[in-house]
Ligand binder design. Structure first.
Ligand SMILES: Cc1cc2nc3c(=O)[nH]c(=O)nc-3n(C[C@H](O)[C@H](O)[C@H](O)COP(=O)(O)O)c2cc1C
Length: 200
């Protein structure tokens, strides 16, 4: 396999981390933004941006409201996919995988690290539900502030989703649309990663 240069290495998670840290130096904002795809019960896809908060040794983690549309779709299907694209680097990473909740101490620690306003906002927003007015949301934040004080616990309906990939593709722009693509696939039997170069 002629995989070298920016694609070198045996660990796709380490490679994703390396690309993300390069993007942190060159993107104007949110280098960790990912377009997250889910499907509803009819197989109709849905996408939206979220922020990737952690690249673990074998998983990717973001945070959200479990009762949101994405939360419910992930809960029902147990699957998700995402793409991260960096215009400044002319590169993308695509991930598909199985999901699980991260709603233990790691989620508590991440919630506690957020600003107080964000922590209260997580309590106040019934994410993805209809909202009568902005005023109603501001009133809800005021109510939550009065009842939850300055050290709110993580809401039980809010936490992390861990995506445990079965496929990861690294893509880099090449001259005349002859891009480089390498797909890493988890081989069923022994949990080892297989890599293949793909046509652009
Ligand atoms: C750059 C960016 C980052 C975002 N990050 C998050 C996030 O980390 N978690 C989240 O729940 N929503 C995030 N959002 C809002 C989502 O895109 C979306 O509006 C919301 O989660 C509701 O989606 P849903 O109704 O499909 O569940 C972000 C939006 C943008 C544009």
């Amino acid at each position: 396999m002629d995989r070298g240069g920016i694609f070198a290495g045996d660990d796709p998670f380490a490679l994703a981390k390396a690309w993300l840290s390069e993007a942190e130096a060159s993107e104007p904002n949110d280098p960790n933004a990912i377009a997250l795809a889910t499907v509803d019960a009819d197989g109709m896809p849905n996408t939206r941006m979220v922020l990737l908060k952690e690249i673990e040794p074998a998983a990717f983690v973001f945070y959200t409201n479990y009762t949101s549309r994405k939360g419910r779709e992930i809960e029902a299907s147990g699957k998700a996919a995402f793409v991260m694209h960096w215009k400044s680097l002319h590169r993308q990473i695509r991930v598909r995988g199985m999901t699980e909740r991260e709603d233990g101490p790691i989620a508590d620690a991440y919630y506690a690290s957020r600003s107080l306003k964000s922590r209260l906002g997580a309590w106040a927003s019934a994410q993805s539900q209809p909202l009568s007015s902005r005023t109603a949301l501001v009133a809800e934040v005021a109510k939550i502030t009065a009842t939850h004080g300055t050290n709110p616990a993580r809401p039980p309906f809010w936490g992390g989703i861990r995506i445990i990939p079965t496929e990861i593709e690294f893509w880099a722009d090449g001259a005349f649309r002859l891009h480089d693509r390498f797909r890493w696939t988890l081989s069923g039997s022994d949990g080892a990663w297989m890599t293949q170069r793909l046509n652009p």
